[in-house]
Design a protein around this ligand. Sequence first.
Ligand code: FE2
Length: 623
Amino acid sequence: MFLQEIQNELICADSLGDLIQMEVHSKPFLSPGNNWFCSKISVLTPEGDTHLFPCYRWVDYGSSLVLSPAPAKFLFQETNPIVQKQRKRALEESQGNFGWRVYVEGLPQTVDADKAKDLPEEVRFSFSKAMDFDRLLEKELAFLNTQHLAKNTEQWKSYSELDQVLCEKRSLTYEYVRKHWDEDELFGYQFLNGINPMMIQRCSKLPENFPVTEEMVKDSLKGSTLEQEMQNGHIFLCDYKILDGLMGNVHVRQQYLTAPLVLLYNNPEGLMLPIAIQLMQKPGTENPIFLPADLEHDWLLAKIFVRSAEFALHEVDFHLLRTHLLAEVFTMATLRNLPSMHPLFKLLFPHIRYTLQINIMARNMLLSKEIGYFINFAAVGGDSLPKLMRRATASLTYSSLCLPDNISERGLEEVPHYYYRDDGTKLWNIIDKFVEGVLTHFYKSDINVQRDTELQQWIREIFTNGFLGSDSTGIPQSFNTMKYLIKFVTMVIFTASVQHASVNAGQFDFGGWMPNFPSGLRKPHPKQKGQTNEDTILETLPDVGMTVNTMAILKVLSTKSTDHYPLGYFREELFEEEVPCKLMKKFQEDLKSLSGLIKERNATLELPYTFLDPENVDNSVAL
Ligand code: FE2
């Protein structure tokens, strides 16, 4: 066969017969290192048919790749022994490239790589993303170093001194938080629409270790009773018991952690307001229940301790574990078990971009026992970090990862102004409809789900390596029906995109103003009322070094690079069949129309909830 290269096209005069696969060779060009990124190859046969061969991989210097035609195929549909063999070989190669590693016993397993450079090039950051990330990091580090702030262990002298540290343009939300951080309304609002909307649950019975009396809350309930309001479904609880017994970090400076209980009242005006706070789990005379009617600084300091517990739980459990580490599990299982022609590989491909690299960087920059952010600047650093991660992993359930189930388990169906729930549920339904359309088109029947051995191995690895083989998680170990498969895949895409956006995007907006999101506190929790003033609070809050390092990290973690892709954007042309292509278009239209509705709603809000506007939701955990 004679092939001639003309402007990236290869022309062939001979009939090609059945195209079952294509082999691409990279000839040495000038010098090693001149690798070639091959997006796709389109073949127009002399008979006038076009065949697409997606690639989207780097062809190494002097090596070759085998490509498959774009039409998706299951293994059981494959009759050609050459292709069957190649399919098996491709998976073996992938399993060699992406091995599992026990990062910490009791946590989801990770990719077996120490540095991003150890990963195959196609799963690493693009040149522009790497440049953006490095530039931002350098800018933040330069700022810390030139101002001699990074290692400063002095306390802030005043809030206005703290306010002067941020010279750049501030977002509307940052300014709103700075102005209102000490108000009950914003404190309660953040449990619904802040960066961790996952803690709050309806309370129909007080926990036994939280002895709030009717007398304590009668002023807050304005004539009603706690019993009555619990029956009416207006009382809510945030219980940080998972932090109970964890010691604050002692590296560099002594820090303190609490495990608070917060009682909230959803009042007739629809506001979610805190009505009682107990900072430790065990009730007692040295663990008073703080109330809004207490002296201003007593109440404010109690709320600050809650916000600091929130920092630990948000970053470690709801952000790191439940989005980053789970997305890594889904990425690994996909790369290791689904060949590129598998329909589920094609469906999930946009949702695994950059996840392995960002997680390796997080392990090196944030979690490292020696130089990581947590050990140096957060109360949950040190010995408590792996303990909390293990506890959080042990508490993982499948239902908590599925938004509709999670909302009903927490009893939050009726609470007003819960924009995370409203936008998230619409997004869940849009993703579910898209996934259902694509998977139903390919599988057609439950029998085909059962006989898809690659799919069954995919879920087995997720269960075993990700959820540590724990039956109590409720994670499926195999799939028997399309219905269960569709729900699981919806959860995978939702977790990597929507859920991550909800806990990631606002980190600087809500956490940049340190008193609203202190990474650790430097004094123990108050054991008596009436002994706190503004100086006590400034002594308790993070010092200068903790503050500015946390600000820099939150800034880096919530600033998108130019190379990011919103949900519904399909950069790679992986499907060529008419049905999935039409479904992709409809998916994009649904997302666009939801974006319009969210913008309309936000225009009426003093503090717009923008995190789940589809335009702001990235396809994957990449930040
Ligand atoms: Fe993130």
